[in-house]
Write a protein that binds this ligand. Structure first.
Ligand code: GAP
Length: 487
């Protein structure tokens, strides 16, 4: 799949009702997307898979759902007011603004080399990886202050918009939190933030949840919900947006056990993505280099997927130590701790976090499922979605678009809907109807024809093989169950 294929997915998403651009009738709001009737089903199924895997199937993880607006002191304590910044630069010629590390990632190797030599005067440090190299350059350019902009220009850093070497400003820090005001007055005392992560809602409720759920270490608290970041550079469709949904687990452990649980959750989370039917060879775990770690973390793995635009992060699994609870204990009036029966004293537990983006997982599933095939000289586009994620499990097609076949099809789809999602499609030729459902990722199609009216049999078509089998109407639910469990 080449880089242009993201455009093909955007267009399929619009055509079939997965995703629309937000506020499209007003010309759209950049990098903001709305989920349509198929998109919302797929997203809901993804989230259900996560909740089932993380919460429902385990006796040592419980869920919660915190408010998006929180006390502003939460974000001072968490370090987000001070540290949740991205470095940005502007090109004074084109008036385009970029996140510095993203700008550098897109430069030719010789430009990166020239910049490296200019900063380190021909004595560069060892770089663990390309990512590490960019992170270190970005940090140094930030620290350079006044001369950063001219170094970028002199090293030939080009503006992706114009393709020409940019007339760059010095890098400066930009806080990613969206600010709002609570109540009618708009002064510094009324400032509130839209949460940039769901995790803090869990940390400030640690004691509430632990005491009421009577969980003992090690145990986890999970939640999913919207987060907001005023990202400087967005893009690649759903990959980086300003409003997105997270699925986060904070797993509380004894401090000496963090390494073990970091390994455990990293592997669990990689396996979870594989269980969604995503190509295993396109998934990997990558350990963060020391320079890439967030302000709260001492070790971190990313689950990454090989997108058409390169290997990119789907989720971070991080050792947050006791940082968050310590910070809240230092800032808040009410202290939080855990009474450890083994040690017979109160302790502050450490945390291993798993933090995934719903929209990124959604994009991954779509990109991985997208296929173009040639069938009898015609192009067939299909989404090979895992049946458990497909928005519609089974479509029913009466060959005739009125009369007794339609009545039979209506009864059938009602039967399908007792356990699965079903849809009846009477419009257009049968070939057209198959193509529409292939693009929607519907794994099974049932055709009601004249023979059905004689012997109560139908054909069931498999989306991937396009093979058809004639089966008895009575066995439809059994057929769907056994076909789905075989995938
Ligand atoms: N609580 C830790 C935390 O929020 P993060 O690495 O900043 O860590 C976790 O974010 C995950 O949230 C990412 O791996 C990604 O899947 C998703 N995410 C973060 N920023 C995003 C954005 N701007 N657009 C879409 N998803 C995003």
């Amino acid at each position: 799949m080449d880089i242009k294929s993201i455009d093909k997915i955007v267009s399929l998403c619009k055509r079939r009702g997965f995703i629309f651009q937000s506020s499209e009738v007003y010309g759209g709001l950049a990098s903001t997307w709305d989920y349509g009737h198929l998109g919302v089903e797929l997203k809901r199924k993804l989230k259900n898979e996560w909740w089932q895997n993380i919460v429902t199937s385990r006796d040592n993880v419980v869920g919660m759902d915190a408010a998006i607006l929180m006390h502003p002191k939460v974000w001072e304590a968490s370090g987000h007011v001070e540290n949740f910044n991205d470095p940005l630069v502007d090109n004074k010629d084109t008036k385009k603004r970029y996140r510095l590390d993203h700008l550098l990632e897109g430069q030719k190797p010789e430009v990166v080399e020239s910049l490296t030599n200019a900063i380190f005067k021909d004595n560069p440090p060892e770089f663990a990886s390309e990512e590490d190299h960019i992170v270190i350059l970005t940090q140094h350019l930030n620290d350079l202050g006044e001369t950063g902009g001219s170094l970028l220009k002199d090293s030939g850093v080009r503006d992706p918009h114009s393709g020409a070497v940019g007339n760059w400003t010095n890098p400066r820090q930009f806080n990613l939190m969206f600010q709002t005001h609570i109540g009618p007055t708009q002064d510094s005392s009324s400032i509130a933030y839209l949460r940039p992560e769901t995790a803090q809602g869990i940390f400030v409720n640690f004691a509430n949840v632990q005491i009421t759920s009577r969980q003992k270490l090690p145990f986890g608290i999970a939640q999913m919900g919207k987060s907001f970041r005023n990202e400087i550079t967005t893009g690649n469709f759903l990959f980086r947006t300003r409003e997105f949904e997270q699925m986060e687990l904070e797993f509380f452990v004894h401090l000496e056990d963090t390494k073990k649980w970091l390994e455990y959750w990293s592997n669990e989370r990689l396996e979870w993505f594989k269980s969604l039917g995503i190509t295993p060879e396109k998934l990997r775990l990558r350990a963060h280099g020391g320079d890439e770690l967030a302000h709260y973390s001492s070790a971190c793995y990313d689950v990454e997927y090989q997108f058409p635009f390169g290997w990119s992060e789907l989720e971070g699994i991080a050792d947050r130590g006791t940082f968050d609870l310590d910070q809240h204990n230092a800032h808040a009036d009410k202290k939080q701790s855990y009474f450890d029966p083994q040690q017979n004293k109160h302790i502050v537990p450490a945390v291993v976090e798993s933090s995934a983006g719903v929209d990124r997982a959604f994009l991954t599933v779509l990109v991985d499922a997208y296929r173009e095939e040639e069938v009898n000289g015609e192009k067939r586009v299909l989404l090979k979605l895992a049946p458990k994620l497909a928005p519609i499990t089974c479509a029913v097609f009466p060959l005739m678009n009125k009369g007794e076949q339609v009545e039979k099809a209506e009864l059938l789809v009602k039967e399908v809907r007792r356990e699965f999602s079903g849809f009846i499609d009477t419009g257009g030729s049968i070939g057209k109807r198959y193509r529409r459902q292939d693009e929607a990722g519907t794994p099974y199609g049932i055709t009601v024809d004249h023979q059905t009216m004689e012997d109560d049999t139908v054909t069931i078509r498999d989306r991937d093989t396009m093979e058809q089998e004639r089966i008895s109407i009575d066995s439809i639910l059994d057929q769907l169950r056994s076909r789905i469990s075989a995938t």
